[in-house]
Unconditional design. Sequence first.
Length: 106
Amino acid sequence: MPWLLLIIAGLFEVVWASLLAATDGFTRLWPTVGFVASLAVSMVLLAIAVRTLPVGTAYAVWVGIGTVGTVLVGVTVRHQATSLANMLALLALVAAIVAVKVTTPH
């Protein structure tokens, strides 16, 4: 269950990070409300997950989900430019996060 909560927390991180630009410096009400709500859900779920999971591992996985997800949203929804080097760097990030997970003593 804590892993599922952590994954959901990471997905909410994608939401708040993706909404950040839409807030226009927190001057637009509804994107700001969405940002704050998704940030709160993400943090609460992360906090619950680290009651059971090692905080370093949980944080690495949470950040990884958020980073990769936010880049994917940027590329697919916002049509932001990317490059092969950028995608290889993301792949290296994912590999490092997986390595942290599989090498963490349980």
